[in-house]
Design a protein around this ligand. Sequence first.
Ligand code: NAD
Length: 230
Amino acid sequence: MSGLTTVVIGGASGIGEATAAALEAAGHTVVVADLNAPDGAITVDVADEDSVAALFDRVLAEQGGFTGVVNCAGVSTLAPVVEHDAAEFRRVIDVNLTGAFLVVKHAGQRIADGGAIVSLSSLNARQPGTGMVAYCSAKAGMVMLTEVAALELGGRGIRVNAVSPGLVVTPLTAPAMDIPGVRDGYLENTPLGRSGEPSEIAALIRFLLSDDAAWITGENIDINGGAHLQ
Ligand code: NAD
């Protein structure tokens, strides 16, 4: 293995797709993995431990190792707490939180010493969203997952960080944009007055994977046009 080899999970769409492109432009060898994998990508289900282990074993075998992992896999659902279907709650937790745990666990076992892992949390880790109890709970859990993993993996020089975007219009969030008032309500509470671009999140992730971030670990960085201030 020479240079930087980074696995982008959830890399077939939205923020993950933009991140894969940004990392490629920065000289990384990029391996894209996703539940819905396009040609040239690897199929993975982050909620399935065997699938996650097999992904990283395959990357080891095919690339000789890897130095970075970005976990962009994510799903959401909309339902009030008192009406929330328990199976649906578990599904969102399974993909977003247990999935992030499985990625950090199996990447942590195999990643090169000195490597870096970035997980996608959310503004909703700190700011509750009506109808988003499963998503908010999972994203809040990812922040502590990141801190514990950073504490434990620091001895091998491995950095573990999270990024927490505010609204970025992607296939994940597009359906909510059709609900009257949602987009305008969000933008009213955003000092910079606009939603973010996938490429802006990708630039932060690229930074966190680079040597310029060599002393940053266990952090969760907000990137939301100031929406966390309201
Ligand atoms: P997206 O829907 O465009 O991309 C998510 C990707 O995850 C898809 O390609 C999907 O196939 C993949 N995926 C879903 N379930 C999976 C599974 N079980 N295993 C593997 N892959 C799976 O969404 P996005 O907006 O680009 O979101 C990327 C990440 O950023 C998510 O974790 C999301 O929660 C987070 N995030 C997004 C926003 C936003 O406003 N878009 C804000 C904050 C956080």
